[in-house]
Design a protein around this ligand. Structure first.
Ligand SMILES: NC(=O)C1=CN([C@@H]2O[C@H](COP(=O)(O)OP(=O)(O)OC[C@H]3O[C@@H](n4cnc5c(N)ncnc54)[C@H](OP(=O)(O)O)[C@@H]3O)[C@@H](O)[C@H]2O)C=CC1
Ligand SMILES: CC(=O)N[C@@H](CCC(=O)OP(=O)(O)O)C(=O)O
Length: 355
């Protein structure tokens, strides 16, 4: 159980019964500098957290409380592991109490409020707070995260696609045909959350493999907004197709890009290795490697392999992560560490679970 001390960060979690909420609990209950202070659930109000999640017995001795009763305003930071539209309604009152906010949903991800309203089917209730918020993809935005009061933690698919493409787009000179990039992405079923839905029943999702959101997915607009920033304002044309695979955790994005004739002699392996050389959580695998989702299961690592296919003019980038860790709760804790001046890897040193 985390011991309280003056230097510990007082943490609240809104939405402690969902999959990202319980993942935050797993990570933060072992974090050397965090003290869990308030965990909310409206449906499980009064239930001991460890009764619902026995993996936390002896680690978390709090009960779930409603958001109104939990005393969130006395925390240093509050994580929202809630559906879209919840954090933005509580953000101002928490900021008024000097509480910093990390939202795992999409309320603070898209700067384009018209796109937010189109894809999330609700008006944005605090565009002024959105304007000061920072997109919490640490490897791209580290400089701005430390001082941020509000973080929009990235979507799981966007994390894989953006980190898989950043080294190609960040340079001033295009290396690949930026008008036709393809991201073919697959997610485990936990990506859909813990709520009961027919599509995530064992008998629907098991022994099955399907694409969805082919005509449009809300992560496409999130990825596109960030890709344009990475490419210094150049338009980037992306086809993004998500798939559901019959596993619980894990995400795999295969990204295809055509190398421009003038860039054919680029050493892409070296480019990726150099870009991520100082990143604790991004692992560029040796040339020829084929990453597996189980190599990141339960860990905050994201692994990338760089390949050329065909006659060498097609780049194929393979990216794996655990959707609940680097794709959600782990990334959120990485943001918290930066915001509070801690080592970025504090509480995030778990090695992936095999088999
Ligand atoms: N699953 C994943 O891989 C990823 C998820 N995300 C995002 O993280 C967020 C949480 O996802 P996930 O954990 O899967 O979701 P779940 O559906 O599993 O859990 C949602 C949680 O929010 C609480 N909640 C629901 N409505 C409200 C409300 N109006 N006010 C306060 N609390 C509420 C629920 O508890 P109760 O109803 O009892 O209060 C529950 O604890 C979502 O926005 C999701 O899009 C982001 C990246 C990856
Ligand atoms: C498998 C599955 O259903 N995945 C979710 C995305 C994961 C997620 O929660 O992303 P947000 O935080 O942006 O909602 C989906 O496609 O809707």
């Amino acid at each position: 159980m985390a011991q309280s001390s003056a230097s510990q960060i007082k943490v609240g979690i809104v939405g402690g019964t969902g999959y990202t909420g319980v993942e935050l609990l797993r990570l933060l209950s072992q974090h050397p500098n965090a003290k869990l202070q308030a965990i909310t659930s409206r449906s499980e109000d009064g239930m001991p957290v460890a009764q619902m999640f026995p993996n936390l017995r002896g680690k978390v001795d709090l009960k779930f409380q409603t958001p109104e009763q939990a005393g969130l305003e006395s925390c240093d930071v509050v994580f929202f592991a809630t559906p879209h539209g919840v954090a933005m309604k509580q953000a101002q009152s928490l900021l008024d109490h000097n509480v910093r906010i990390i939202d795992l949903a999409a309320d603070f991800r898209l700067q384009d409020t018209a796109a937010f309203e189109k894809w999330y089917k609700m008006p944005h209730s605090c565009p002024d707070i959105l304007a000061e918020s920072v997109y919490g993809l640490v490897e791209l935005n580290r400089g701005r995260i430390a001082d941020a009061r509000v973080i929009g933690n990235p979507g799981c698919y966007p994390t894989t696609v953006l980190l898989g493409l950043a080294p190609l787009l960040e340079g001033g000179k295009p290396l690949v045909d930026e008008s036709r990039i393809i991201a073919d992405s697959k997610s485990g079923v936990s990506g859909a959350g813990r709520k009961a839905e027919v599509s995530t029943l064992f008998s629907e999702a098991g022994d099955n493999f399907k694409a969805y959101g082919v005509a449009g997915h809300r992560h496409h607009v999130e990825i596109s907004e960030q890709l344009q920033k990475l490419a210094s304002g150049r338009q980037v044309g992306l086809t993004f197709i998500p798939h559901l695979v019959p596993m619980i955790r894990g995400m795999f994005s295969t990204i295809y890009a055509s190398i421009l004739p003038e860039a054919l002699d680029t050493d892409f392996q070296a480019l990726f290795e150099k870009r991520y050389a100082n990143e604790t959580f991004v692992d560029v695998l040796p040339a020829g490697s084929q990453p597996e989702t189980r190599s990141v299961r339960g860990s905050n690592a994201l692994r990338i392999a760089v390949h050329r296919s065909g006659n060498g003019d097609q780049l194929v980038i393979l990216v794996v992560q655990d959707n609940l860790v680097k794709g959600a709760a782990g990334q959120a804790v990485q943001n918290m560490n930066l915001m509070f001046g801690l080592p970025e890897s504090a509480g995030l040193e778990h090695v992936a679970l095999l088999p």
